[in-house]
Design a binder for this molecule. Sequence first.
Ligand SMILES: Nc1ncnc2c1ncn2[C@@H]1O[C@H](COP(=O)(O)OP(=O)(O)OP(=O)(O)O)[C@@H](O)[C@H]1O
Ligand SMILES: [Mg+2]
Length: 400
Amino acid sequence: MDTENGTDAERGAARQIEPAESVHAAELRFLAAYDTGPRPPGWRLTPRAVVLFVCGSQGVVLELPDGAAAPGQAAGSDPVRKMEVSGKFVGDRDLIERCVVTLAGERALMLVGEPGTAKSMLSELLAAGVSGDSTRVVQGTAGTTEDHLRYGWNYALLLAKGPTGEALVPSPVMAAMRGGGVARIEEVTRCLPEVQDALVSILSDRRIAVPELSGSSDGAVYAAPGFTVIATANLRDRGVSEMSAALKRRFNFETIGPIADPDAEIGLVRRQAHGALAKVTGQTAFGVDDAVLGVLVTAFRDLRSGRSAEGWEIERPSTVMSTAEAVAVATSLALAAAYFPGDRDVLSLVPGHLLGVVRKDDPADADRLLGYWDSAVRRRAQDGARTWQRMWELRDVLKG
Ligand SMILES: Nc1ncnc2c1ncn2[C@@H]1O[C@H](COP(=O)(O)OP(=O)(O)OP(=O)(O)O)[C@@H](O)[C@H]1O
Ligand SMILES: [Mg+2]
């Protein structure tokens, strides 16, 4: 066999990213055994267990009720009767409950928000928790067509056998309809209006007509109970293809905001950067201490909100200072510490990375960062905070 061209499974290839249901397979199995209450049609877990999966058990070790069978194990290992569920989405639990209730009612859910607020991550986690499959996803772009939402054909089979069910290539949405699962549509507002209209009809009729098959059946694929859609839309893309009122009416909207609590954001950045470092290097030593993370996340929050924790006004750059990018910078700092140990202190790398994040859209943003240095950073340095004094000394980096 030609191993270069074989499938991933044949080649035993490692994957850069695993879907949420694979990464968290043990938690999903445990939660299915932990909460055996009634589930909405097509659901793998109860609504309560889905919320637990997304938000985590907040340090509580969950124990299976007496008499509940432990989930299936690898041969020879002890059954798992206790587990702490890891925290994944950081934010309002009520919001997650509302999302879960929307999906339990088979209504479509729209997650909107600024870039990098974990809309895609949340949609993946919800799909994994509800239907055990987060991979039925259509990425919305200007090139997305109606067929990407509906179906296509295997042309070799179509020519050989004509339009049969065998030759039909279902879209991820059609596959989710058949299986009674969750389909995900990313960046809906990047799709052209006619593609969005196709979604309106799928969500209203809950079936996709396949006229080519009408000889052998009524020529339609119907949604099984449980089918629903989670879509995401970025507020910065407003106006690319504004959603029609008809489309909006078919969704329950939830707005995902930036993380409110500074300590929770620092904790998340530490956890995710640590995880990313371990994945790349296999090392567990994390060379970015809390003081550095504190400076980094504080700068992101100040520039994102236009106001510091002390209440000082700050001129905001036009770039979104997202948590996702704070994680990326913290990961770069940790990698620098791992691969270039002892070269430079990690703190001294922070201004250069911040400049890289800020200077994307508008050249004037670099001046705004300098303005931040001359106001908030200087004042904190004058107040005697050591890490901020060091930041102030590094001001020249920003002129580069
Ligand atoms: N509230 C949060 N809880 C957990 N992780 C978060 C949160 N906010 C941001 N993140 C970080 O953001 C990363 C994922 O961002 P994601 O791609 O899901 O954002 P998005 O809102 O879909 O962004 P975009 O609009 O650019 O598509 C996560 O892996 C995590 O590191
Ligand atoms: Mg996204």
